[in-house]
Design a protein around this ligand. Sequence first.
Ligand SMILES: [Zn+2]
Length: 241
Amino acid sequence: MQMERYLSQVAVKEIFPSGQRIIEESSIAVIGMGGTGSSIAEMFVRMGVGKITIVDDDKIEPSNLNRQAMYKEDDIGLKKVDVARTELLRINGETQVNAIDKRLSFNNADEILSQVDLIMDGTDNYDARNVINVVSARLRKPWIFTAVEGTFGYVKTIIPGKTSCLSCFGYPDRGEGVACTIQGVVPTAIRAISSLAVTSAIKFLINRESQGELVYMDVWKPVLDILPIPRNEECKVCGNL
Ligand SMILES: [Zn+2]
């Protein structure tokens, strides 16, 4: 551990050197390298995560730049995973960065997700979240759900067999959702939800537990609420775990 580099976070009693060692030994997958995913990846790499796998097949567009802080004007037209990999290694050369230029699907999810300790949802559509929900339940892999819309967003830790999953509360299992450029999203809401998601992830990695509550945050009002989401015994995804 490079103690000097991480001095300020290790000084926090919730992390402490033992938690920092866990972060450095962890392997994380971040699905989607848009606003939320790239923010999440940056925070993890700055905090010293051992290995990060980033998954996305999109190219950088001008309309991404107001909120996707990983990318700059001269990156337009390049692949998000290529630029993100270079930037993440510039931030922290100690982290292993595995860039996968694919859209997560039922065809490739088992292979990608089985190799990590924790999955971070940086996606923007129901289809992709459903892939993560179903495959993580099968593999018993914990994951952090995120969603941002307008001025608000949600974060939920999902531990298959222990907490509720997305299907437990009837979250749609298909659909593209509506692109950020159409429905609108405040860039600051993306940063706030990303911060909550990384905090939830690090808490889980260190303590290995979560009640799986849904955290709702609106940056405009502002308000933060915690909604308990009990497991559903009849859930078609996790009811038999
Ligand atoms: Zn469920």
